[in-house]
Write a protein that binds this ligand. Structure first.
Ligand code: SF4
Ligand code: SF4
Length: 426
């Protein structure tokens, strides 16, 4: 598949932001970032917007909490006549048994929502759709799950040759948003813009996907609220929840996709071989193997940026292992509830959930002008020979090669390499 690049510089929305004042320049984030998006210069970190995929790795690493996530507040609900919360499956794992899922769902009505929907509602139909897609696209192997927005962006940034391997069907939450906006418009006799659809999310990349929907997220929502924010509010209103007698039917049987490996397990069939990987650095390793055609024997590969899947997202509150255990227990003891699967399958067949091909983000090129790029490449090679090759990150660039590129582009100098400078002085 050939993807045309636009010459216009694209602006990227990011939910991950840096509080420069707090940064102490330790370079820990520089070394962990999977897309080499961070540099430390003059003692302060800076994030390159084109490279950042909002995976949240740097947030978990920064020792002084200088990197944070911006998500929407509940005040955003005031803009709409009808408010719907779509709840990520990992929400269910956050609450200890004394609160439980039913109360945690009721809480959303107390916080101003008119209705709630669970991502878990369409797990079964999503699995059916994905199996059909795998069987009708036999020439693409392996097909890569596009459920995790950080992974979709990682492929755009570091593995553009694999863009056509991504499942070109909208993500389940995006399909669910379409279903509800259509139904509420008719049932409540409202205009689509009078309906506010908010995702309750576990990770930075999902906040970003809401605010910059593209590709597999084309029908997304009006806001993304962190699970951790809702959790705090639920704790505040516990007494009110005890008095609330309304009955809520949870789709607990579909919650399992919050846990790494469950999507692959559910999609596997006699004729479909699947594999599951979680943790962004493991995913990078696997994507390199896929690029070299070493994993063509798999039909479908589940890829999750966070270790242990969505339960490992940085906007959750509970330990991911505990959350995983709670969710899997709920799944085991749940009854199956039905949603109108025909609606989704019909739209899928009509191509309604097909995604607009994703563009690569060309971060690796040194210059758009091929002549200039060749000149810069030569300079990078020469500079690299002068560097120690330790990839220590102390200079503020993630590797010696990255420093050589930064020097070639005029964004750093050889003096930034402390090891080299020290050697020259001794
Ligand atoms: S969010 Fe991920 S990609 Fe962005 S700067 Fe942090 S580690 Fe790098
Ligand atoms: S981890 Fe990055 S943002 Fe945090 S203090 Fe160190 S250099 Fe600054």
């Amino acid at each position: 598949m050939v993807t045309q690049m636009s010459n216009k510089k694209k602006e990227y929305y990011h939910s991950v932001y840096l509080e420069t004042d707090k940064c102490v320049g330790c370079t820990k984030c520089v070394r962990i970032c999977p897309t080499e998006a961070i540099r430390v210069r003059e003692g302060k970190a800076k994030i390159d917007s084109t490279r950042c995929i909002d995976c949240g790795e740097c947030i978990n690493t920064c020792p002084v909490n200088a990197i944070r996530i911006i998500s929407d507040s509940l005040d955003e609900l005031k803009k709409y006549k009808y408010k719907l919360a779509i709840i990520s499956a990992s929400y269910a794992g956050q609450f200890a048994e004394d609160i439980g899922l039913e109360k945690a769902l009721k809480a959303l009505f107390h916080l101003g929502f008119d209705d709630i929907a669970e991502q878990a509602m369409i797990t079964d139909i999503t699995a059916d759709i994905i199996r059909d897609y795998i069987r009708t696209h036999p020439k693409i192997r392996p097909i890569l799950s596009s459920n995790c927005p950080a992974i979709v962006r990682l492929v755009q940034v570091r593995f553009p040759s694999l863009l056509s391997n991504l499942l070109h069907i909208e993500s389940p939450i995006s399909m669910l948003a379409k279903y509800y906006r259509d139904n509420i418009t008719i049932e409540e006799k409202l205009k689509p813009e009078e309906i506010g659809i908010f995702l309750i999310v576990p990770s930075a990349s999902q906040v970003t996907a809401v605010h910059q929907p593209e590709g597999t997220y084309k029908h997304l929502h009006d806001g993304a609220i962190a699970i951790s924010d809702i959790y705090c509010k639920v704790m505040d209103i516990q007494k009110d929840l005890d008095k609330d007698n309304r009955k809520i039917n949870s789709y607990a049987n579909g919650l399992s996709w919050a846990v790494a490996g469950q999507e692959a397990q559910e999609i596997a069939a006699d004729d479909i071989r699947t594999l599951a990987i979680s943790g962004i650095h493991n995913v990078i390793d696997i994507l390199s193997n896929i690029e070299s055609h070493r994993l063509d024997q798999y039909d479908y590969i589940e890829l999750r940026s966070c270790s242990q899947g969505c339960v490992g997202g940085s906007l959750n509150v509970e330990n991911p292992f505990v959350a995983e255990n709670r969710i899997l227990n709920m799944v085991r003891s749940s009854k199956k509830l039905d949603i109108d699967n025909n609606y989704f399958f019909k739209l899928y067949r009509e191509g309604y959930f097909d995604v607009i091909p994703l563009e690569p983000r060309s971060i690796m090129e040194l210059d758009k002008d091929i002549k200039k790029a060749i000149g810069l490449m030569k300079k990078v090679k020469e500079t690299l020979n002068k560097l120690p090759g330790l990839d220590c990150g102390v200079c503020g660039s993630p590797t010696c090669k990255a420093l050589a590129e930064d020097i070639a582009k005029g964004n750093a100098t050889l003096e930034d390499c402390i090891i080299r400078t020290r050697k020259l002085k001794s």
